[in-house]
Write a protein of this length. Structure first.
Lengths: 424, 441
């Protein structure tokens, strides 16, 4: 029976699934219900000087009939009185002592940080998360991503927090930067116990094409917001992996960004996260999704032989390399399983229009199965991606007789590369 | 001989067909969008190949998914101007839907007919107009028959700018779409609306209650027009030449269906026998059941597996409560001297040979004969060069007969197929006629 309990930067929880600091973690009543459903932890919606929000606040991308593939919000930090928040944190922690409550914070002055950290710890916080990421509204007031985008400010405020805090401090990083690494290293220099990322991506979710107003609409105007949801997962995975694989970083990571199910969560764990945070999928589907996340992770760990979550954290990191270290002589070609093919020809049109023109109609007109010209196939995966039948197209390795050779080895040592394919 | 325009073809109220509801309810916008998003958007899709009018189905479905319904309907109408009725009456199970690649995956196929109905109904409801008549060419085409083939040809010819006159023997327009389609697929009134929609392109002159050549001779037609398109369908129901055929209560199925759709039929019968095993037989079985006749039995000479009617239609008929007497042949109608009271039948063996000693009487107070319709091809045989075989008028792929300038399409060409086949004939013949009149062939 795998052990799902988690220790992320010293913050312990019965499983790695935390609610992210966001509307689902806005109040004690909500967080307690979430814990009842099985969530292992919750990062309380950011506390600071309570703000006033606008209406409306959310927008979403619909694609192919799926609602909320990408999600955007222009909500700010908590709008509830601080003493109410702290009282509810206290009550919740008392009722759920084994669950993790991490309090997200965003204030300005050193004195304010001291004050709010003390009150958070007094309320029973297991950890603190410094919100240096919010890319809308608060950044216009010099907080949120305005802090996260400036490594020196990040380091300074992290230092204050560490000076005042007795519980672990996570720095929540903004993805609205060219390279995440300097920002992760700044948090480390400031003394952070770990980082959480990504916060939302600065975005404009859409435009009302009938009324010529961007969305979400606030009267006759809108503003940029923070983008999240399933669509941002690849960006988050990259940034998490980028930090996790850097030998100078080596801090615990709480992964955030487009986690919708146990499978997504496993990806974050394999790339170096020791907990994962979820917001959008909960907003769209409710707390109950966690039951499947726990069960799915448990089954996966049992199948893979992982006894603890720690054993899987970062397992995919050694395989995350620079392009120049990829084996140029590794060669695969597409194979179409004839008895699984339904004859939709999507591989053919994708290959012809979007790739390398190597999938063709079957010369035997009685067959609906396209053929792959393997001499021309560059092994790009596009056909496999568009094929609607699971397992119909496989990418299979070709033994071309060439020893493995990377670009860097080719440039540096003259390693021999196989002839190019499809470059005519 | 009357002259009329399409919109005067009003139908009387209280028609028997009014009791039927749609057997495939229309999609709501939400349902259509969800279904449209399931479509795989195949390249060179099998559904297109399966459609006799080659509608670009993946494209029209994608346009529903992107909320470009106006464009979706245009994609349909560009290939099939009767796309609204075809959406309802096509046997999609054996055409586009039957060839959907999802069938190969064991996944329910895309409901192409319902999506097509969604788009084309939206076009009708919104009054979107897509086509206008071409600049007048000074040429004139005569069309014999105002059914699907004739309407499709007329519309396409008007787009080319040719003058069009349609000669129709009935007072109503639309052919079998109006007089023959099972009412749970499409009521007559919807067909009449479609005729009005098609003819809104303008310049199509109708001469109703005009039979060719009885009311106007071939010579007169050829003199009046630069080309002719013959699409006068099939003739009356075939009758069984057996004893008692004249008894009251014995009807030809097509005749009876027309009465049901355009006026009323007596639905007080208790036991109805339908003679035949084709799609007209299946339609009339389902219609008799739907009209509330308690016992409806199909009497067919062959086996269930051997009948020419669609299996999905028979399955639906059975679900409605109909039964069948397979390998059974009527040998005489029995009656009380006035009204039919039953049909004397004999069982047939696997070779459809009577089995001695198996004669029996099936009781009935309504007998509907669905054993085919007579072919009208011989009416055109008077035209030198027009060849007729088994009552069908012969032609090349474009519909051109052996007589220059005379084209043919629809049931009088193929012996009786689907509306969509007739539409394809009409469209393609119009294109060929246009090429001829433009001096291109």
């Amino acid at each position: 029976m795998p052990d799902l309990s988690t220790n992320c930067a010293g913050i312990r929880s019965p499983n790695p699934f935390w609610l992210a600091s966001a509307p689902p973690a806005n109040s004690g009543e909500q967080v307690q219900r979430a814990f009842d459903h099985g969530w292992g932890g919750a990062v309380w919606k950011t506390l600071g000087t309570p703000i006033q929000n606008v209406s409306s606040r959310f927008g979403a991308i619909q694609y192919g009939g799926h609602r909320g593939v990408g999600f955007n919000n222009i909500e700010l930090i908590t709008d509830r009185p601080l003493d109410v928040n702290f009282r509810e944190i206290y009550e919740t922690k008392k009722k759920y002592p084994d669950h993790a409550i991490i309090v997200s914070l965003m204030v300005e002055s050193r004195e304010e940080w001291r004050e709010i950290i003390k009150r958070s710890e007094d309320a029973g916080a297991d950890g603190l998360e410094l919100n240096f990421g919010c890319p809308h509204g608060m950044c216009e007031r010099g907080m949120g991503s305005a802090v996260g985008q400036e490594p020196t400010v990040n380091e300074r405020i992290t230092g204050w927090a560490k000076e005042f805090a007795n519980v672990p401090v996570l720095v929540k990083l903004t993805p609205n930067v060219g390279d995440i690494l300097p920002h992760g290293l700044a948090a480390k220099r400031g003394g952070a116990d770990g980082v959480s990322l990504i916060n939302t991506i600065k975005s404009l979710i859409g435009v009302d094409i009938d009324n010529f107003v961007p969305q979400p609409r606030v009267g006759g105007r809108s503003t940029n917001g923070g983008y999240c949801g399933a669509a941002v997962r690849p960006i988050a995975l990259h940034m998490v992996g980028q930090l996790a694989r850097d030998p100078n970083f080596r801090l615990p990571i709480s992964g955030i960004g487009g986690v919708t199910n146990w499978r997504d969560a496993v990806e974050f764990l394999l790339l170096g996260s020791s907990s994962v945070q979820v917001c959008t999928e909960v907003m769209l589907k409710g707390y109950r999704i966690v039951e499947d996340m726990i069960e799915g992770l448990d089954t996966y760990m049992a199948e893979k032989g992982f006894d603890t979550v720690d054993q899987m954290v970062g397992r995919a990191i050694p395989a995350y390399s620079d392009w120049g270290d990829l084996d140029m002589n590794y060669e695969i070609v597409a194979k179409i399983k004839a008895d699984a093919c339904i004859g939709c020809n999507r591989c053919m049109v994708a290959c012809h229009d979007g790739a390398h023109q190597c999938i063709h109609p079957n010369p035997d007109a009685s067959s609906h199965v396209p053929i792959v010209d393997e001499d021309e196939c560059v092994g790009c995966n596009l056909c496999q991606i568009v094929c609607p039948v699971e397992g119909c197209i496989s990418m299979e390795q070709v033994d071309n007789g060439f020893a493995p050779a990377t670009w860097n080895q080719h440039i540096g040592d003259g390693a021999v590369l196989r002839p190019k394919k499809g470059a005519h | 001989m009357d002259d009329t325009s399409a919109d005067t073809a009003a139908l009387p109220p209280g028609r028997s067909e009014a009791v039927f509801d749609d057997y495939k309810p229309a999609y709501t916008a939400n349902q259509a969008r969800v279904e449209a998003n399931r479509c795989l958007y195949c390249h060179d899709a099998p559904c297109i190949t399966a459609c006799p009018t080659s509608i670009d189905i993946p494209t029209f479905i994608r346009k529903i998914a992107t909320d470009n319904v106006r464009g979706s309907a245009k994609t349909i109408f560009d290939s099939n101007i009767l796309g609204m009725s075809c959406a309802r009456v096509c046997p999609v199970e054996v055409l586009c839907v039957g060839d959907c690649v999802y069938n190969e995956m064991g996944v329910p196929p895309i409901q192409i007919g319902k999506l097509q109905r969604f788009a084309t109904d939206a076009a009708f409801d919104a009054g979107w107009e897509y086509y206008e008549a071409g600049e007048s060419t000074g040429k004139s085409v005569g069309i014999v028959g105002a059914g699907p083939a004739g309407l499709a040809a007329a519309h396409r010819l008007r787009r080319f700018g040719h003058a069009v006159t349609v000669y129709e023997k009935r007072s109503v327009l639309g052919g079998l779409n109006t007089t023959g389609v099972a009412p749970y697929k499409m009521p007559a009134a919807r067909s009449v609306e479609e005729v009005a929609w098609v003819t809104a392109i303008g310049g199509i002159e109708f001469k109703t209650n005009t039979s060719v050549p009885a009311d106007i001779s071939w010579e007169a037609l050829e003199a009046a027009h630069d080309a002719l398109f013959i699409c006068f369908g099939l003739g009356p129901d075939s009758r069984l030449a057996v004893e008692g055929a004249e008894l009251a209560g014995v009807h030809g199925a097509v005749d009876w269906i027309e009465d049901m759709k355009l006026s009323t039929v007596d639905t007080s019968a208790r036991r109805c026998l339908v003679i035949g095993g084709g799609n007209t037989a299946l339609d009339v079985v389902r219609e008799a059941v739907g009209l509330g006749i308690p016992e409806v039995t199909m009497v067919y000479r062959g086996t269930e597996a051997g009948m020419s009617g669609y299996a999905h239609e028979w399955a639906a008929a059975k679900q409605g409560g109909a039964v069948a007497s397979w390998q059974t042949q009527p040998v005489a109608f029995v009656g009380d001297g006035e009204k039919v009271t039953g049909v004397r039948c004999i069982k047939l063996d696997a070779d459809k040979k009577p089995i001695v000693g198996t004669e029996h009487v099936l009781e009935a107070d309504l007998v509907l004969l669905a054993i085919g319709q007579s072919k009208l091809g011989d009416l055109a045989a008077a035209l030198d060069g027009v060849e007729v075989e088994w009552g069908r008028i012969l032609c090349n792929d474009d519909g051109a007969t052996g007589r220059p300038g005379v084209y043919v399409g629809g049931d009088c060409r193929n012996g009786g197929k689907e509306v969509v086949n007739a539409v394809a004939h009409g469209r393609d013949a119009a294109i060929a006629i246009h090429a001829r009149l433009s001096g291109e062939s």
